[in-house]
Design a protein around this ligand. Structure first.
Ligand code: MF3
Ligand code: CO
Ligand code: CO
Length: 251
């Protein structure tokens, strides 16, 4: 088990990659509207990342993933594959973008609401973002990974929602997914002790129904087993001596 502590130079490159991922989400935001297909969102992001950012969309061909971004609608938990399906009024969608710039990865995702979603849909979008922030606020050298997971799980469950257990946040750097695994549930004062210079994502997946998930036959798309709604937000974070730096902000 080895968690890479990033050097000053590596951290600067992670800042650049993280900023690009956030800027790609900013770019796509006005396009996430009823009537557009997720394939069109994929093409817009792909071309922007490649032609404007001179970067690489990390998901494309990653373990065989066929597209450049992930788009996860309603009961899709994560790893949704862009398709010719059109967004419609009331949908909620997660757009997850990871770029590689100068060999380093930046990974971030946000939720979007199409038109007027149900009260429940609005709530899961809001509470899942609050869960991400509950986690982020525990990031600080000397704290434990379990502190992050505990805070996230507590916030989801006290609001009557559940946390997906099979997928987690992850260390990130030259590789898309590095150690450690960042669980979105757990117990305080357990697990890895955070050190300044660690970089990892936090990306809680929160369901309105039960926590159980299943994998569709395409072997990528993860959905809630009970078809309840699921929402997710993600940032890439640097651990510092007095807290955290969010690397995936557009500034
Ligand atoms: N971006 C996802 C994450 O947050 C991983 C997507 S892997 C892919 O870790 F192959 F589905 F793109
Ligand atoms: Co991630
Ligand atoms: Co991601």
């Amino acid at each position: 088990m080895s968690i890479h502590i990033k050097s000053r130079q590596e951290i600067e490159k992670m800042r650049v990659a993280g900023r690009l991922a956030a800027q790609a989400l900013d770019m796509i935001t006005p396009h996430v509207q009823a009537g557009i297909t997720t394939n069109q969102l994929n093409t817009l992001c792909h071309n922007y990342i490649v032609d404007v950012q001179n970067a690489i969309p990390a998901p494309l061909n990653y373990h065989g993933f066929p597209k450049s971004i992930c788009t996860s609608i309603n009961h899709v938990v994560c790893h949704g594959i862009p398709s010719d399906k059109k967004l419609k009024n009331g949908d909620i969608i997660n757009v997850d973008i990871t770029v590689i710039k100068d060999d380093f990865h930046g990974d971030t995702s946000r939720m979007f609401m199409i038109g007027k979603p149900s009260i429940l849909a609005e709530r899961i979008v809001r509470i899942s973002e609050e869960c991400l922030w509950q986690g982020i606020e525990r990031v600080k050298a000397g704290n434990h990974l379990g502190d992050i997971g505990y805070a996230i799980q507590k916030h989801a469950e006290k609001n009557g929602f559940s946390i997906v257990k099979e997928y987690c946040g992850h260390g990130i750097g030259r590789k898309f997914h590095e150690e450690p695994q960042v669980l979105h549930y757990g117990k305080p004062n357990t697990g890895v002790v955070l050190e300044a210079g660690m970089i990892f994502t936090i990306e809680p997946m929160v369901n309105t129904g039960k926590a159980a998930i299943k994998l569709l036959p395409d072997e990528w798309t993860v959905v809630t087993k009970d078809r309840s709604l699921s929402a997710q937000w993600e940032h890439t974070l640097l651990v510092t001596d007095d807290g955290y730096d969010i690397l995936t902000q557009a500034d």
